[in-house]
Design a protein around this ligand. Structure first.
Ligand code: CAA
Length: 389
């Protein structure tokens, strides 16, 4: 079920990078995916390997040691990695879409020179810390507080749900810089580049998760953490806007991830339906199975069409807030539906760990939750309907 080149045209370079990602994943990831999932193991050597291949600097300009590629090329590579292992994919997605883009888009030249080259090479993994225990969807209600102290900032608070926060060397943290007696809501938040050697930084609880188990998700604690003034990114008070704009792009990454999961599940189901015989014939001869496979292929094609079109619009400089949310919503619901149906086609074998579809099902669920729940995506889409009219 390879995407038709006529309907989803890729350039020579995009096809080449897609092939490279596929070969890399087949050699370095797929043989270990099931084991890493079973052990909830994050493989740290993959960071350097992905970096050496250029996969951690895909959107970083060449002057900062990145590949300087366009959004679609990046998403095609990401989707490919995610068909093999969505946990590795989320590392690639978060790093490329959020922290590196925030430094690139809003950081000073000195910050770009200092942080982007090692991030592009895979020497420093980037993370994103917006959510807190009591502020998830209501992101601007965050309470982590930064207080100025001479040239430095003293930051106190905790961040929740930080993807690969255990291994990150540059964490883009949103914290309040307004004061308790003059709260400014979403305009009272600023962005800082935090690194683990700062005094007062510690890694807290590691979550035990349903899926995406090879990607550690942790709480980060800041106990009067002293942060040099040159770690603030962009303008004071603009941190929430920066986070929202970056999530517009991040959501395309999660859509590519969900598309990869859905594609892997559909392909596993297609093959299984060919091999598995019941009532004297392969189960693909039954319409009940054919209809599921047909619906999977149709939903995946529609999702891919929207994602590729949105990536091209982004590259052309258009605002993609609404379509980014549509991509994530459609892709994550396609992944959840497709993996559910794939398990149904596998029957009992879909429910056990011998085949990959139960892992794909578990991995799919979080794509409806992180980087904004499906409900938040619907809020964003609906708001834009009115703002555009
Ligand atoms: N681009 C630019 N500006 C934006 C924007 C966007 N996409 N979205 C909002 N803004 C601006 C608004 O225009 C507004 O500015 P003004 O006051 O000047 O008009 C300001 O930001 C505040 O916006 P809202 O009033 O819309 O804010 P809100 O409090 O109503 O929240 C929300 C809106 C869409 C629900 C938002 O809070 C949201 O997206 N929540 C979900 C957060 C999320 O995705 N978290 C995931 C964290 S990452 C993660 O999952 C873990 C990981 O490691 C990957």
């Amino acid at each position: 079920m390879l995407p038709s080149p006529a309907i989803f045209p890729l350039t020579e370079e995009q096809s080449e990078i897609q092939r490279t990602a596929r070969e890399f994943a087949a050699a370095e990831i797929t043989p270990f995916t099931a084991q890493w999932d079973r052990d909830s193991h994050f493989e740290p050597t993959l960071v350097a390997k992905l970096g050496a291949m250029g996969f951690l600097g895909m959107l970083i300009p060449e002057q900062y040691d990145g590949l300087g590629l366009d959004a679609l090329t990046y998403l095609v590579a990401l989707e490919e990695i995610c068909t093999h292992d969505a946990s590795v994919g989320v590392m690639m997605s978060v790093h490329n879409s959020l922290p590196t883009q925030m430094i690139l888009n809003y950081g000073s030249e000195a910050q770009k020179v200092r942080w982007l080259p090692p991030m592009a090479r895979g020497e420093i993994l980037g993370a994103f810390a917006l959510s807190e225990a009591a502020s998830g969807s209501d992101a601007s209600a965050l309470t982590t507080q930064a207080v100025r102290d001479g040239d430095d900032w003293i930051i106190t608070g905790s961040k929740a749900w930080v993807t690969h926060g255990t291994h990150a060397g540059a964490i883009l943290v949103m914290a309040r810089t307004d004061t308790p007696d003059a709260r400014k809501g979403s305009k009272g938040i600023s962005t800082f580049i935090i690194s683990p050697e700062l005094p007062g930084f510690s890694i807290g609880k590691k979550e035990v998760k349903m899926g995406m188990r090879a990607s550690p998700t942790v709480t980060l604690n800041f106990d009067e953490m002293r942060v040099p003034g040159d770690r603030m990114v962009g303008e004071e008070g603009m941190g929430f806007i920066y986070a929202m704009q970056s999530l517009d792009h991040g959501r395309l990454g999660i859509a590519a991830q969900a598309l990869g999961i859905a594609t892997a599940a559909a392909e596993a189901a297609r093959r299984y339906a060919d091999d598995r015989r019941q009532f004297g014939k392969p189960i693909r001869d039954f319409q009940a199975v054919q209809f599921k496979l047909a619906d999977m292929a149709s939903r995946i094609a529609a999702t891919r069409a929207l994602l590729y079109a949105t990536a091209r619009a982004k590259q052309a400089g258009e605002n993609i807030t609404q379509f980014g949310s549509m991509c994530k919503l459609l892709a994550s619901e396609t992944a959840m539906w497709t993996t559910t149906q794939a398990i149904q086609i596998f029957g009992g074998y879909g429910y056990v760990t011998e085949y990959p579809v139960e892992r794909l099902f578990r991995d799919a669920k979080v794509t409806e939750i992180y980087e904004g729940t499906s409900e938040v995506q619907r809020i964003v889409i609906a708001r834009e309907l009115y703002s555009r009219s």
